[in-house]
Ligand binder design. Structure first.
Ligand SMILES: Cc1cc2nc3c(=O)[nH]c(=O)nc-3n(C[C@H](O)[C@H](O)[C@H](O)COP(=O)(O)O)c2cc1C
Length: 204
C-alpha cells in the first residue's frame, strides 16, 4: 500500500458538499487517516445537498459516507472533531500532519483564516498548517466575489496557502456530478502530494 498520509479536512457552509464527500471517499479508499472538522453550516449543507442525517436519521459521518459510497470507504481512519474543540491534537503545531484542505470553504471561513483569528478549530488548524509551512488548500465557493473577498483570498495566497476555486473543468467530459466532484478532489490530492487514480491526466 502507498504511504499513509494524515490529512486535516475542514468542511464549511458553502455550497458544494459533494466536493467534500468525494475527497473524503478518495482519502479513505486510499487508506489514509483523516482528521475531519465540520462547521455548523458545513453540516447543514451536507444535509441540504446530500441528505446527511436526513429524514430523522441519526448517523455518523462514517455511516453517511458508507451509505453514499459503500465498501469504497471501509478503509482508512476517520476522526471527527468538534468545531469549538481548541484543545484537541490538531489545534497544535507539535502534531505532525501532511497538510489540510478546507473544502468547500465559505467566504466567512476564508476571511477568518486570512486574518488569523483562529476563532474555531477549522481556522485554528489552518493557521497551524500555515505557520508550520505545510500545504494548505482552500477551496472557496462563492460567486461573484466582492473586493473584500478577493483581498482575503490574496492574503491567503501571500501567506502560502493554495487557493483552488471550486471550478471543475469539462475537458475530461464529466458524465455525472461525481465526476465533477472527483475533478476537485483530484486537484486537492495533487496539491497534498497524495497519489490517486481518480481520472486519467490530460493526454494520458
Ligand atoms: C443554503 C446555503 C448556501 C450557502 N452557500 C454559500 C456559498 O456557496 N458560499 C459562501 O461563502 N457562503 C455560503 N453560505 C453562507 C454560509 O453558510 C455562512 O456565511 C456561514 O456563516 C458560514 O459559516 P462557516 O464558514 O463556519 O461554515 C450559504 C448558506 C446557506 C444557508
Amino acid at each position: 500500500m502507498a504511504d499513509v498520509k494524515e490529512v486535516v479536512v475542514g468542511v464549511t457552509g458553502a455550497s458544494g458538499a459533494l466536493y467534500a464527500t468525494r475527497l473524503l471517499r478518495a482519502l479513505l479508499a486510499g487508506g489514509h487517516r483523516v482528521h475531519l472538522i465540520l462547521s455548523k453550516y458545513g453540516r447543514f449543507l451536507l444535509r441540504e445537498e446530500l441528505g446527511f442525517m436526513g429524514e430523522g436519521r441519526e448517523e455518523t459521518v462514517r455511516e453517511f459516507l458508507q451509505r453514499l459510497y459503500g465498501e469504497e470507504v471501509s478503509g482508512g481512519v476517520l476522526e471527527e472533531y468538534g468545531i469549538n474543540d481548541l484543545t484537541c491534537a490538531i489545534a497544535s503545531g507539535s502534531v505532525l500532519t501532511d497538510g489540510m484542505a478546507v473544502i468547500p470553504c465559505s467566504a466567512k471561513t476564508f476571511s477568518g483564516i486570512a486574518c488569523g483569528s483562529s476563532s474555531n478549530l477549522i481556522e485554528r488548524a489552518a493557521d497551524v498548517t500555515l505557520k508550520e509551512k505545510r500545504p494548505l488548500v482552500v477551496v472557496p465557493r462563492e460567486t461573484p466575489l466582492n473586493l473584500i473577498q478577493l483581498r482575503n483570498l490574496t492574503a491567503l495566497a501571500e501567506a502560502g496557502a493554495t487557493v483552488l476555486p471550486a471550478m471543475p473543468a469539462f475537458y475530461q467530459k464529466p458524465r455525472s456530478f461525481d465526476d465533477l466532484g472527483d475533478f476537485m478532489a483530484a486537484r486537492v490530492l495533487d496539491l497534498l502530494h497524495i497519489e490517486h487514480k481518480l481520472f486519467p491526466r490530460w493526454r494520458e
